[in-house]
Unconditional design. Structure first.
Length: 278
């Protein structure tokens, strides 16, 4: 039994529907994220995983369905509202400013002001405090970067990804959403990012990982949410299912009912919990 299958539910979605004209991207999708876990979301192109993540992070508003955070219904109208609720998202394009330092990037859009009149009236930024906090937060996550004053453009792809993930972890209170964090990275850098994601989870945050890299998914995920045709096809335990069976469910070659009972997490209990989010 997966230990995370009994942890409290942090985020939940029920019956999400999202249409773009004639195209139905989400067709009654359900979702469940538990405390202190890494939940991988996988699916073929057009399965609805991107639309699901956008609905959870406030980037899009679903046409139908409900989203709950800590058991309370939420209605995000923008990613800023999701950020205020403690949900941070790292997109594939990273959104880092190459010419700015690592410390400035960590506080991008959330710069600390100097105390007193210098900050309140003259809006002066407290660069010293930002640098100190950046060092503390990067050390906390054990990110090995020599100087917080170096420009992000001097970093490797893996190090840039680590800066983006560390920024999300620094400000998230509930959930960190990572969209393809190891895409276009080499083996060593990919492993560096995976190790950082584990440390983010170990800090007590819940992580949603969207990835096409199946070996990485099986290495790091506590549970795997399989999206297919706008719905949740299954939630499986990577320790009790093969990669080939997972791909078979993802592509429709196998149904969830054909999987071994041990591989499926909370299939019956998902139905029981639908009426009462924790």
């Amino acid at each position: 039994m997966n230990a995370h299958s009994n942890a409290p539910i942090v985020m939940q979605a029920k019956g999400l529907v999202k249409r773009y004209g004639q195209v139905t991207a989400l067709d009654g999708a359900d979702f469940e994220l538990r405390a202190g876990e890494i939940l991988a979301v996988i699916g073929d192109n057009g399965a609805g995983k991107s639309s699901l993540i956008k609905a959870l992070s406030g980037a899009t508003i679903p046409d139908q369905g409900e989203v709950f955070l800590d058991g309370k219904p939420i209605h995000f109208r923008s990613p800023i509202e999701a950020r205020r609720a403690g949900i941070e998202t790292v997109y594939q394009d990273l959104a880092v400013a190459p010419a700015m330092t690592i410390a400035e990037n960590l506080f991008l859009g959330r710069e600390l002001r100097r105390p007193g009149i210098l900050g309140s009236v003259f809006q002066m930024i407290d660069k010293k405090k930002m640098l100190e906090e950046s060092i503390a937060r990067m050390n906390d996550l054990k990110v090995g970067i020599r100087s917080m004053n170096q420009a992000v453009e001097t970093l490797s792809g893996g190090q840039r990804q680590c800066v983006a993930v560390a920024r999300a972890a620094a400000f998230a209170e509930h959930v960190v959403i990572l969209d393809e964090p190891t895409a276009a990275l080499g083996v060593k850098e990919g492993n560096m990012v995976l190790e950082l994601i584990r440390r983010v989870r170990d800090k007590g945050l819940s992580v949603i990982l969207i990835s096409h890299n199946m070996p990485h998914v099986f290495e790091i995920a506590d549970r795997i949410h399989i999206a297919r045709l706008g719905k949740r096809a299954a939630v499986v335990d990577p320790k009790h299912i093969s990669m080939s069976d997972t791909v078979a469910v993802m592509t429709g070659a196998k149904s969830a009912a054909e999987l071994p009972h041990q591989a499926q997490i909370g299939r019956a209990s998902c139905r029981e919990r639908v009426s009462s989010p924790v």
